[in-house]
Each structure stands twice: as structure tokens, then as C-alpha cells.
Design a binder for this molecule. Structure first.
Ligand code: TMP
Length: 212
């Protein structure tokens, strides 16, 4: 049997992560794959508390490095309590955001040198990396309009367009640097067309696993 796989879903605000995460889950269930679904920042008690601090408005002037280190603190806990144990038990992990988000938001958005992020990635994760990442991509105006229709904006959603353009550019740069792992999905299309692309990527991922 193939080893349990680690799949992540990425994208900036309003690209439809929640709906499409549910769709990916349905594809895993169709294949009778045992999986856990989780998210970052969060996924553990401590991680969810860190999420509240990161997304809430109590610490609006948080230093960029504090934000970066809290993302990785939540990630260390998540890897220790959820991700690594699941993979070791043979359960696949489907995670709503992971370290590509750090490169995009703290790297691209905040301007932290990606080499510093890489040091933390290697330190916290060892050799643990996602096997497949689906990046939902849409022009930021589309995402922001959709996100704006939801609840009150969190600390990240309050950022200006320039920030989200940098986030998107950093995501796309990572996808072009690692096109084997990161698959870009055009999320500006209608939902059915987005699902079709996800389906296509997931089926080729399954086929690739079966051929090895
Ligand atoms: P979301 O998961 O509901 O989209 O919200 C999480 C927010 O946290 C989102 O704005 C992106 C941000 N984030 C980072 O800035 N860095 C990270 O490493 C992660 C995982 C999320």
C-alpha cells in the first residue's frame, strides 16, 4: 500500500478554500482513503489559541517576526500532535494552509526574507513537506469581493490590496519554482469549473501514486 499522503490547500482570501476543501474530502472518500482534515494556524488546542491571537485585533501592531514565529509555534504543535501521528498511523492529512502560506503572507506580504523562513521550516519540520499542494488562485479583486461578503474582517483581511497582490505573487512564484508539487487552480472561474480542475489534479495524483 502507498504511504499516507500529506495534501495542502492554499490561496488568498475569498478564493473558495472551504467549499473546495469539502470537495477534496469527497474525492478522498470516493477512494475509501482514511484521512484527517485540519487547518493552520490551528488544528490543536494550543494552535487554535495562537490563531485567535494572530487573527484577532488585540495585537494589531504585532512585529512581523512575532507573527512569523507564532505561525511556526502553532505549526510545531500541529506537526507533533496531529500531522505526524496521523501520517504514522497511515491516515492521509488534508490541511487548509501550511508553510506555503508563510512564504506568501510573511514572506511576500510582510517582506520577510524567504531564507529566514526556510531556516524555520527546516528546523520545525525536519524533512516533513506536503506531497501535493493545490493553490487556488484568483485576481485579488475577485477574492476580496467574495471575502468582503462574509463576517467581519480579521487582522489579515484588513490588509490593503498591495499586501494581497504581494501574497498572490509569492504564491505563484512558489508554484512556478516547485511545479511538481504545487498545482495552480484557476479559482476565478465558476465553481463547477474549479471543481473540474481539482478533480483532474487529484486523479493524476492518484494515478501517479498507483504507478509507483
Ligand atoms: P484562513 O485559514 O481562514 O484563511 O485564515 C488564516 C489566515 O492566516 C490567512 O489570512 C492567512 C494567514 N496565515 C499566514 O499569514 N501565515 C501562515 O503561515 C498561515 C498558515 C496562515
Amino acid at each position: 500500500m502507498t504511504k499516507a499522503q500529506f495534501i495542502t490547500l492554499e490561496g488568498s482570501e475569498g478564493v473558495g478554500k472551504t467549499t473546495n476543501l469539502e470537495y477534496i474530502e469527497s474525492l478522498l472518500r470516493d477512494k475509501a482513503i482514511d484521512y484527517v482534515v485540519t487547518r493552520e494556524p490551528g488544528g490543536t488546542d494550543l494552535g487554535e489559541q495562537l490563531r485567535e491571537l494572530l487573527l484577532g485585533h488585540q495585537h494589531t501592531g504585532m512585529a512581523d517576526d512575532t507573527e512569523l514565529l507564532m505561525m511556526f509555534a502553532a505549526r510545531a504543535e500541529h506537526l507533533d500532535k496531529v500531522i505526524k501521528p496521523a501520517l504514522a498511523r497511515g491516515q492521509w492529512v488534508l490541511c487548509d494552509r501550511f508553510t506555503d502560506a508563510t512564504y506568501a503572507y510573511q514572506g511576500g506580504g510582510r517582506g520577510i526574507d524567504p531564507l529566514r523562513i526556510k531556516i524555520l521550516e527546516d528546523y520545525v519540520q525536519g524533512d516533513c513537506r506536503p506531497d501535493l499542494t493545490l493553490l487556488l488562485d484568483a485576481p485579488i479583486e475577485i477574492g476580496r469581493e467574495r471575502a468582503g461578503k462574509r463576517s467581519a474582517p480579521d487582522r489579515f483581511e484588513k490588509e490593503q490590496a498591495a499586501f494581497f497582490n504581494k501574497v498572490r505573487a509569492a504564491y505563484l512564484q512558489r508554484a512556478s519554482d516547485d511545479s511538481k508539487r504545487i498545482k495552480v487552480i484557476d479559482a476565478s472561474l465558476e465553481l463547477d469549473a474549479v471543481k473540474l480542475q481539482i478533480d483532474h489534479q487529484m486523479q493524476s495524483f492518484f494515478n501517479h501514486l498507483n504507478s509507483n
